[in-house]
Design a protein around this ligand. Structure first.
Ligand SMILES: C[S@@+](CC[C@H](N)C(=O)[O-])C[C@H]1O[C@@H](n2cnc3c(N)ncnc32)[C@H](O)[C@@H]1O
Length: 235
């Protein structure tokens, strides 16, 4: 890996800079920019948790093409992907946004409010598995158009099983970080020099990718944007 501190899968920093400076940043919504900058100021290195700007723009176009109205977000942090989703949904769109941590969400909330889309968000402070199970118990099966999953990677398979109940046929489930800093392509012996916290999560990412490849209930593709995004279309 050339730059383990970079969560973007594109290994040419010149090309990455080109994409960001000529395409992504010029079209970034002002409140997304301010939220991103506030996150960097508050969280410094941890701000890498926000999804990449070009990835958010791609998902935003996808949501509009789909005419998505009712969505789920698992893993909010300061809300970069959440605000991008809220901006992409129609005025009566609704996002059920789940995170165990409310404090980070509150850092991003003023920018979501300034963008005028906070009315679309129902934030639930909870462990995602129990919140999803609650939606199933609440008879919301098959009612969501789209889900974006960006929380604890070792639970992706469990999230997938619950989301298959909640997202309608033809709907999309998007999973973030499925190339996990590029480590999924490395062998067991190539981990030296990679931070423990990164290396430990490589295995669940590989297991999840294999699980999706063998899952005949979804059509899927693994995109090399951001840190890798897997799109599943529910059949
Ligand atoms: C990578 S960040 C999400 C970044 C966000 N999508 C963005 O673009 O800013 C992951 C988030 O998942 C949350 N999280 C981790 N485990 C969770 C769980 N079991 N249930 C709910 N949220 C969880 C963390 O609190 C953290 O805010």
């Amino acid at each position: 890996m050339e730059d383990p501190s970079s969560k973007n899968i594109l290994r040419s920093s010149a090309l990455l800079q080109y994409i960001f400076e000529t395409s992504a940043y010029p079209k970034e919504h002002e409140q997304l920019k301010q939220l991103r900058e506030a996150t960097i100021q508050k969280y410094e290195k941890m701000s890498v948790m926000n999804v990449a700007v070009d990835e958010a723009q791609f998902l935003s176009i996808l949501l509009k093409v789909m005419n998505a109205k009712k969505t789920i977000e698992i893993g909010v942090f300061t809300g970069y992907s959440l605000l991008a989703t809220a901006l992409a949904l129609p005025p009566d769109g609704k996002i059920t946004a789940i995170d165990v941590d409310r404090k980070s969400y509150e850092i991003g909330l003023p920018f979501i409010q300034k963008a005028g889309v906070d009315h679309k968000i129902h934030f639930i402070q909870s462990d995602a598995l129990s919140a999803l199970q609650h939606l199933v118990d609440d008879k919301q099966e098959g009612s969501f158009d789209y889900a974006f999953v960006d929380a604890d990677k070792d639970k992706f398979i469990k999230y997938h099983e619950l989301l298959l109940k909640l997202v309608k046929k033809g709907g999309i489930i998007a999973y973030d970080n499925t190339l996990w800093f590029g480590t999924v392509a490395l062998s067991e012996s190539e981990g030296s020099g990679i931070e423990d916290v990164v290396w430990q999560r490589r295995k669940p990412a590989i297991e999840f990718n294999n699980y999706i490849t063998n899952d005949t209930r979804v059509e899927s593709t693994l995109l090399s944007i951001g840190d890798g995004v897997t799109l599943c279309r529910c059949l």
